[in-house]
Design a protein around this ligand. Structure first.
Ligand code: AMP
Length: 226
């Protein structure tokens, strides 16, 4: 059983800052449920649901999905049992939400605001290099990178042998739009969250970034390791 004195943690950072990788490490370690709005939307697109059809072109272009849609999606997701403590307290790790002040306000209104916000800081040029080379396994989700983590056989997942794919929004144009959306609508949340922000240099190797985040969380909020 995991004991956490901070029930809600949020990862803030530009696309490609490493939020997904850190989130996976943290949820393994602290037992917090990883809620990635990008993953939820991509699954909806892949399944061809009504939501998926509505957001497909928005995602591919690298624009933000409207607040109304995102707030409903998030509220529904965190109603589920894996995002609640036995006494009903909301408890989760947010990755990719909130991305606008409207979304941050909605969290507050609904008693879902994060108690700790980890801000992964990475320069834009590093991010573009990371995103352009990113390849994912559609089978197991295992991430690879053509430059930094190339698979043993080019284009094929090391773990399950499935052909790797590139996200449609990991091309140069959408990457530029995603970075612009971050700069104009999301970065201001660093000020919004003020004292709750823990700044971490996200350009370090992934294992060092994760260890730093774990240390900050343990020191600040006393999360107990599983
Ligand atoms: P991510 O996997 O977090 O990089 O998200 C991929 C894409 O999903 C983004 O570029 C947006 O199009 C969309 N998206 C994910 N989360 C949000 C959000 N909180 N608000 C608006 N759009 C989002």
């Amino acid at each position: 059983m995991t004991v956490a004195s901070a029930n809600r943690v949020m990862l803030l950072g530009a696309p490609g800052a490493g939020k997904g990788t850190v989130a996976k490490g943290l949820s393994d370690r602290f037992g917090l449920t990883h809620v990635s709005t990008g993953d939820i939307l991509r699954k909806a697109v892949a399944a061809g649901t009504e939501l998926g059809r509505e957001v497909q072109s928005i995602l591919a272009a690298g624009h933000l999905v409207p607040d109304e849609t995102m707030i409903k999606l998030l509220r529904d997701r965190v109603q589920e049992a894996d995002c609640r403590l036995p006494d009903g307290t909301p408890c989760f790790l947010l990755d990719g939400f909130p991305r606008t002040s409207g979304q941050a306000e909605a969290l507050l209104r609904n008693g879902l605001a994060p108690e700790v916000v980890i801000y992964l800081e990475v320069d834009d040029d590093v991010i573009v290099r990371r995103l352009c080379g990113r390849r994912t396994c559609p089978g197991c989700g295992n991430p690879h990178h053509v430059e930094f983590a190339p698979p043993a056989v080019a284009g094929v997942c090391d773990r399950c042998g499935v052909k790797l794919v590139q996200r449609p929004d990991d091309q140069e144009e959408p990457i530029r739009r995603r970075l612009a959306a971050f700069a104009s609508q999301t970065e201001l949340l660093v000020e919004w969250y003020g004292d709750q922000i823990e700044r971490v240099d996200g350009s370090m190797p992934a294992d060092v970034v994760l260890a730093t985040v774990v240390e900050r969380l343990s020191g600040k909020v006393g999360l107990a390791l599983i």
